[in-house]
Design a protein around this ligand. Sequence first.
Ligand SMILES: *Cc1c(COP(=O)(O)O)cnc(C)c1O
Length: 219
Amino acid sequence: MVDLISGLTAERVAANLARVRAGIEAAGRDPDGVEILAAVKYLPTAELRALAAGGVTLVGENRAQELVAKHDALPDLFTWDFIGALQSRKVRDLLPRVRYIHSVDSDSALAQLGRHGGPDTEVLVQVNVAGETGKAGVDPRELPAFLRRCPVRVVGLMTMPPLAADPERSRPHFAALARLAAEHQLQHLSMGTSQDYLVAVQEGATIVRLGTTLYGSAA
Ligand SMILES: *Cc1c(COP(=O)(O)O)cnc(C)c1O
């Protein structure tokens, strides 16, 4: 579980967003070409209005039940994505509420997408680029067949690299994900969190998923 944040202000969010965008620009990317997704697992529903007032337009939630509750409280405030470990039985609840599920990685999820998805359904496939044992994500060697089996449109790939103190350790994993997306002509690369998003954007991220760096007071 994560510690929930309270007392978030629009000013703090706006200052943090401005700092993130300046960092992306300094890293050599047009900030308008990188979507900033706010990871809201740290935020109770009551804090979400401050996020919107501070300029956040895209949010991602990790738990299906939380996504349903937060989305249904404030359906029009943001674009909603699902970024957490995907239990296939939750696909049906998530699809009508989200733009993308970032974390499709099992055949049971593909079966549910086949049953509940439609012509407009778009998802990202999570890849375990480092081949870590027990980690979520499709093995890169299995990706071509997995993409062929997917019954709905895949628009990109997502990864969570191994935890590392030095963001440079994430670079080869981000580069590997970018190569896989290029091979399969997939538009979106969902990669990079607070600690390594500047490396991720240098390697081509189109969506960075940020939590702590958006909510802290150290601007
Ligand atoms: C929490 C979370 C993030 C954001 O992590 P921070 O380190 O707080 O930026 C990104 N992606 C996923 C899947 C998460 O669960």
